[in-house]
Design a protein around this ligand. Structure first.
Ligand code: ZN
Ligand code: ZN
Ligand code: FE
Length: 679
């Protein structure tokens, strides 16, 4: 007890793959083939110990042949709980149609080959799928899903297909073909064969690619029906925006039937949903963006001699929760955005399931400081003592815990938005942190974030507020906004008036919004149709410029920060923004200015962090928060700090974004338990 280890799901192994395509094998083309080394785990589990009786395979009694293998230590399927075959295993079928088994697979393949859209139930939920080399099909899926530009993940037939379209390092190849099979963000080849539609990831130098991990997915590419299939399929989560991924036929019928032409399901139940994990690479090492299938719930372990059991409910967007047992922390699979009440239900249910699996009874629950977050409400409903932890502090704690760091750090928490201890919005923070608390040592320059939710989607609004903050002159700001083509004149006037009078406005140091604003000022993106669109486009423009850069970068002579009355360091981000706007108006190159923004912001962060280090005597710096998905900024900041003799920590397998929050919250709760008596 307490040492319990729940296995994540494991992608089909090479031997099973071979058997599945061997016409002489009794599991020929069996969509559920697995062995001791591969197959579903977490997603079919009811309770421990891991035994067929306590999984959703209990509805499928083994046939004599399978039982023989199961009980024989000499076979590859000895004690393999989900073992089954064409005789005794689960079956695929089309929802609302007659076809089952073989006929269902052929029908699905034909639908895809003819340009249709299908929903397919895999290991952790449904995917929506279509031919990724067929512009018309992809366009139709975008229209139906109301998703104009957000990149779609694709599944490639095999490694060779990936290599035709993408650049891939040896390390990336290991991950792509490994047993965890995340979606990897790979650079598109400039001289690729371009069979992949541009509309898969429009204007994006990268594409998210994975290889088949469920046997049924392999059958979509290869079968004995003579249908010619493409080498790439779109494989996007089967859900309506914001809702959890569908796992039951009932959900699929409700949410997906209007988005597709047929639905290939199966009768093995999914107990815990698991979305695909998404991984980027930084300095040729994995850098996780979404940690879910294949990774959750593997624990993060720390050396601290902590004792006790805690729960943390995570953040509002990209929610995960985390269960802590002594020095082990089990982050959950990706739950989703809690703005949708279906996702809140999924969070509650999955917390219950994981507590059962790990046999824990938390003594205390940690959550975000934001009073209106649904994750906070869920925490408060549990009837346990509740600890509320500031968002950007939790980001840094998560980076400390992932790196098993016991010492205090200077945390550079650069992020979208989170609730600050003073009731304003925080997001570009420099904090002194240890497991017991934090102190705010610095931030970017505050500005008025006007227009509530709209300001998160429409960077031109932030741009206007940022400019007004610097120019302090209504006419001049409207003039600049017009010349920068940020919006119409009436729109500019309304925004400036609202900013000036602080109408529907909140003071903000959000670094994510700063990126959106700069993206708009430079004419890269004025609005975002999905989270991060404007800021990632800014990063891509800067990276593209860096590749062509002739001379080493010469820093601007701006002061990196000022100290205010509150004794907090204020980065000179305002003057930087004004400077960029001026240069843009003078006709300077967008890519160059995008790069300059990254360089100068990094220089300001480094300079302020050094000062914070001198003030506190702390030499370790942890880098976290969603903005550090920006690998250019991460590299510039990290290399600069290292050059100054500081020690840096960054994330690896825990996301820097809000998906990692729950780990930080859980670490805080565990440290709290060591010092406080809880009845
Ligand atoms: Zn296997
Ligand atoms: Zn069987
Ligand atoms: Fe965050």
């Amino acid at each position: 007890k307490g040492e319990i280890f729940v296995s994540p799901d494991i992608a089909i192994c090479d031997e099973c793959k071979e058997e599945m395509f061997d016409p002489k094998n009794r599991r020929y083309l069996h969509p559920f083939i697995n062995c001791t080394c591969c197959g579903p785990r977490l997603t079919i589990l009811d309770a421990l110990p891991y035994d067929r009786e306590r999984t959703s395979m209990k509805e499928f009694p083994m046939c004599p042949d399978c039982a023989k293998e199961y009980y024989d230590p000499a076979t590859r399927r000895y004690d393999a709980q989900p073992v089954c075959c064409n005789e005794c295993g689960p079956e695929v079928y089309l929802i609302g149609r007659e076809e089952r088994g073989r006929d269902a697979i052929i029908y699905t393949r034909r639908t895809i080959a003819e340009g249709g859209i299908v929903a397919i139930k895999g290991i952790g939920g449904f995917h929506l799928c279509c031919d990724a080399t067929n512009e018309e099909a992809v366009k139709r899926l975008r229209e139906l899903k109301k998703r104009p530009a957000k990149p779609f993940a694709v599944m490639a037939k095999d490694l060779e297909s990936v290599k035709r379209e993408c650049l891939i390092s040896e390390e990336q190849e290991k991950i792509l073909t490994g047993h965890q099979k995340p979606i990897l963000l790979l650079d598109k080849k400039e001289d690729g064969e371009e069979t992949l539609c541009e509309s898969i990831a429009p204007g994006n130098p990268k594409v998210g690619v994975m290889l088949p991990y469920a046997p049924v997915q392999l059958l979509l590419f290869t079968y004995d029906d003579g249908i010619r299939m493409p080498s790439f399929l779109v494989m996007t989560s089967g859900n309506t925006s914001g809702a959890p991924i569908c796992r039951e036929d009932k959900e699929a019928i409700q949410e997906l039937s209007r988005l597709c032409d047929c639905m290939l399901s199966h009768n093995r139940k999914i107990r815990i949903r698991a979305d695909d994990s998404v991984m980027d690479f930084y300095k040729n090492e994995p850098y996780m963006i979404r940690r879910s299938r294949g990774y959750a719930p593997l624990p993060t372990m720390v050396q601290m001699l902590w004792k006790g059991q805690v729960l943390a409910t995570g953040g509002e967007l990209k929610n995960t929760f985390c269960i802590g047992v002594d020095g082990r922390f089990y982050p959950s699979p990706y739950v989703g955005d809690l703005e949708d009440l279906r996702t809140v239900e999924a969070l509650k249910e999955t917390i219950g399931r994981m507590e059962t699996l790990l046999e824990v009874e938390p003594k205390v629950v940690a959550c975000d400081l934001h009073p209106k977050y649904n994750a906070t409400v869920v925490a408060e409903e549990l009837g346990l003592p509740v600890l509320k932890i500031q968002h950007h502090f939790a980001h840094i704690l998560s980076c400390m815990a992932e790196n098993d760091c016991e010492d205090p750090v200077i945390g550079v928490s650069f992020d979208g938005t989170g609730y600050g201890t003073d009731g304003t919005i925080w997001g570009g923070e420099i904090l002194r942190c240890d497991y017991n608390g934090f102190e705010r040592l610095g931030s970017i320059k505050p500005f008025w974030q006007v227009g509530g939710d709209l300001s998160a989607k429409e960077g031109w609004r932030i741009a206007g507020s940022l400019l007004y903050e610097e120019l302090q002159d209504k006419e001049k700001t409207v003039e600049w906004m017009k010349k920068l083509e940020l919006c119409t004149e009436p729109e500019a006037k309304v925004l400036v008036t609202m900013t000036g009078r602080h109408l529907n406005a909140v003071r903000s140091t959000s670094a994510g919004r700063l990126f959106d604003g700069v993206s708009a000022i430079l004419g890269i993106r004025k609005k975002s149709t999905f989270e991060g669109e404007a800021s990632t486009a800014l990063e891509f423009a800067a990276e593209a410029y860096e590749k062509t850069m002739q001379h080493p970068y010469e820093p601007l002579m701006l002061k990196p920060f000022t100290e205010t009355a509150e004794d907090r360091l204020i980065l000179n981000t305002g003057e930087l923004v004004k400077n960029l706007a001026k240069k843009r108006l003078a006709g300077e190159d967008t890519g160059q200015l995008a790069y300059e923004f990254h360089q100068e912001l990094a220089r300001q962060i480094i300079s302020a962090t050094l000062t914070a280090s001198h003030q506190t005597g702390i030499r370790k710096v942890a880098l976290s928060g969603g903005v550090f998905q920006n690998r250019l900024l991460l590299r510039l900041v990290e290399e600069g700090l290292v050059k100054q003799g500081l020690i840096t920590l960054h994330h690896h397998l825990i996301p820097p974004n809000d998906g990692g929050l729950s780990l930080g919250q859980a670490a805080y709760a565990m440290a709290y338990l060591q010092k406080h008596e809880i009845k």
